[in-house]
Design a protein around this ligand. Sequence first.
Ligand SMILES: Nc1nc(=O)c2c([nH]1)NC[C@@H]1CN(c3ccc(C(=O)N[C@@H](CCC(=O)O)C(=O)O)cc3)C=[N+]21
Length: 282
Amino acid sequence: MTATLLNGNETRNALFEDLKARVAALPGPVGLATVLVGDDPGSRSYVKGKHRACEKVGIKSIRRDLPESITQAELEAVIDELNANPEVTAYIVQLPLPKHLNANAILERVDPAKDGDGLHPVNLGKLVLGEDAALPATPRGIVELLRRYDVPIAGANVTVVGRGVTVGRPIGLLLTRRSENATVTLCHTGTKDLAAEVRRADIVIAGAGSPGLITADMVKPGAAVVDVGITRTEAGLVGDVAPEVREVAGWLAPIPGGSGPMTVAMLLTNTVEAAERANAAV
Ligand SMILES: Nc1nc(=O)c2c([nH]1)NC[C@@H]1CN(c3ccc(C(=O)N[C@@H](CCC(=O)O)C(=O)O)cc3)C=[N+]21
């Protein structure tokens, strides 16, 4: 058996069509800003991809490319400006930030109503409380991908590998909502027997950032496997899932071509929804 490809590029393109119509239906312009500090090539390429996506959907791009040497106070002033800027519907501060900056203080300063990532503490708190708010982009993209390919989620045993803030920690909050009803185990470096936890899963979400961590013998035949780990090497992007898993899994979202494009699609979805909320509030 070869796994069905959970195609993030195709799904992203379908979502873009829907977003284009929603942007056109809005009375005013929709703007997405990105804040990039320093010139890390990976971050640069992601930011470029996000702005290319904005073009496709009709969202106005606003860029704040800042020097690596920027001080905490200077960066906070940029955040305040974006919070007050009516042309900015939503924005993201590209992570990671240089070590000398206090990233959490910056992220908490973002206006929750303009949180493109869905990672602001207020929005993550609302997710726990079941209140409407921007949702964490990568986890939301993963759930949308599973749904689009009718991967059974209700009652499924899901094993998540990696407890990072952008995926591992929040994705269980989405998958255990009544609308998904999955049972989620969160594994990490402290987990005693990772192979056993992965082997019993109907859905595996691998976001440890550890190349080749998930091997074919660890995967239940027919399970859905979503690779979210991204390691940049000379050979290109490498995920956490070993290639031969394709022969055992029932569905596979690979790196590249799976959850990555979906992250961008959900960033733009959060932006359009912020505009729709603002529009409904007037
Ligand atoms: N505040 C913040 N929000 C983020 O959402 C955020 C971030 N910081 N820092 C970095 C990570 C990483 N990230 C990706 C975006 C697109 C792809 C993507 O489109 N990947 C393509 C390949 C693109 C390529 O070839 O470079 C794919 O997987 O097919 C992947 C990863 C968002 N991030």
